[in-house]
Design a protein around this ligand. Structure first.
Ligand SMILES: Cc1ncc(COP(=O)(O)O)c(C=O)c1O
Length: 451
């Protein structure tokens, strides 16, 4: 295939047109059915894996929608249709070979000598790309702003004439700061440079948060996390609303030109994972709330960060930011009463994703003991899989951030991040309880000796 053909392919929007999908059905129904229609030739209910790199043409340019697998293939197409449907308000979806490749492509689309305003607590890989790649290769400048706490004036003063993008993550990693997305969207709209608002929605997944419905222009996901959900695929995606056809086309062109595309097999796996996203996210949220409540009541814990806890200072924003389907789920749970007459609300919170961070009493020694004592939580990086993981951000995921900056962000040696999985909640709670006892309470050590 020639470059000219690639360009024509993207410009014709051959694959873009297929992104249009229905939002009529409920979230779980869309997860299972959109992009997963029975194969018209064989009747196979599950899409076959199409490994062919090239597709026969009946005459030059006369094909069935696919020419060369980098430009498009049935499995990536099917996954993209699922993603466009799951990210409420989305029309166009583009899958990439990682979340990082997605980020790089979007930042590159800003063009030369542009300026980006980013949340200061952004994912380390995004920070690295902004500061060490985009700055050198496309002269892109970036300003990091505390988009959670800065007032409107301070945020607006960070915008320049050439500000093309505002980059948001909410909640942030690992301190789960919440950005009021509609507020940032309205500030962006009020500024002459009209920057686009990009939201990395990896931590909450399309189940808990729908940034496009809150006015965002692009949603980014590391599919590696919740959407695939089984810790066996590295992949990313960008999703855009219907009024961004041109931008979607530009990203489609770059997707093909860079070639950072996922394989058909990985696309198939991620689509299979996405079919249970709604079930997994509900279970992650319920389990995480229970673990957060246990941590909150533990004498061995300094503080717990889980925006779903009613004691979290931005709990009200967390509730407001819930997607319509998550709100329905949360409201139903809140009104439900158990056999003892206790409602979830009276227990002090609601499910809000599966990530919980906390500061253990003591320091690196206690944190390390806790992490190595756990039986069910595996000490490992990453998040969003069905199995529970735990890590020490200061030495693992955020180890490359200078200590002084880490301190400013609240990432000390005793901050532990949990990715709460979907095992039985009671087992996870017991695991955390026993590891805390062993790390802080054990060996005859008195808690108050530590402070
Ligand atoms: C919030 C967030 N965005 C993007 C990425 C990058 O995704 P990937 O590892 O799939 O490149 C990560 C990875 O940890 C992440 O946590």
């Amino acid at each position: 295939m020639t470059i000219a053909n690639d360009t024509v392919n993207a410009a014709n929007g051959v694959h873009l047109l297929k992104r249009r999908s229905s939002h009529v059905d409920g979230f779980g129904t869309r997860a299972i059915h959109v992009g997963s229609e029975a194969n018209p030739e064989t009747g196979a209910v599950i899409p076959p894996i199409s490994l062919s790199t090239t597709y026969r043409q009946d005459g030059v340019g006369n094909h069935k929608g696919f020419e060369y697998s980098r430009s498009g293939n049935p499995n990536r197409d099917a996954l993209e249709a699922t993603l466009a449907s799951l990210e409420s308000g989305g029309t166009y979806a583009l899958a990439f070979s990682s979340g990082s490749a997605t980020t790089a492509t979007i930042l590159q689309s800003a063009g030369p000598n542009a300026h980006v305003v980013s949340v200061n607590d952004v994912y380390g890989g995004t920070f690295r790309y902004l500061r060490r790649v985009a700055s050198e290769t496309q002269g892109l400048e970036s300003t990091f702003v505390d988009l959670e706490n800065a007032d409107d004036e301070a945020i607006l003063s960070s915008f320049r004439d050439n500000t093309k993008l505002i980059w948001i993550e909410s909640p942030t990693n690992p301190t789960l700061r919440l950005i009021d997305i509609p507020r940032i969207v309205s500030l962006a709209r009020s500024h002459a440079s009209r920057p686009l608002v990009v939201v990395d929605n990896t931590f909450l997944s399309p189940f808990y948060q729908s940034p496009l419905l809150l006015g965002a222009d692009i949603v980014v996901h590391s599919l590696t996390k919740y959407i695939n959900g089984h810790s066996d695929v590295v992949m990313g995606a960008a999703i855009l609303p219907s009024h961004h056809a041109q931008l979607a086309e530009k990203l489609r062109f770059l997707q093909n030109a860079h070639g950072a595309v996922p394989s058909p097999y990985d696309s198939w796996l991620a689509q299979r994972g996405a079919k249970t996203l709604h079930l997994r996210m509900k279970a992650h949220g319920i389990n995480a709330l229970k673990v957060a409540q246990l941590l909150q009541s533990s004498p061995y814990v300094e503080d717990v960060i889980y925006p779903g806890l009613s004691t979290h200072p931005r709990n009200e924003i967390a509730y407001r930011s819930l997607s319509p389907h998550a709100k329905k789920f949360v409201d139903k749970l809140r009104s439900a009463v158990d056999a003892d007459g206790n409602s979830l609300e009276s227990e002090g919170g609601f499910p809000y994703g599966g990530m919980v961070s906390f500061r253990i009493k003591g320091g690196a020694v206690e944190a390390n003991k806790f992490l190595t004592t756990m039986r069910l939580f595996t000490l490992a990086e990453s998040l969003g899989g069905v199995e529970s993981l735990a890590e020490l951000p200061a030495q693992m995921t955020h180890g490359s951030i200078p200590e002084a900056e880490r301190a400013l962000l609240g990432i000390g040696d005793n901050l532990i991040r949990l990715s709460v999985g979907v095992e039985e909640a009671d087992d996870l709670v017991r695991d955390v309880e026993e590891a805390l006892e062993a790390a802080v309470g054990g060996d005859g050590k008195q808690v108050n000796e530590l402070h």
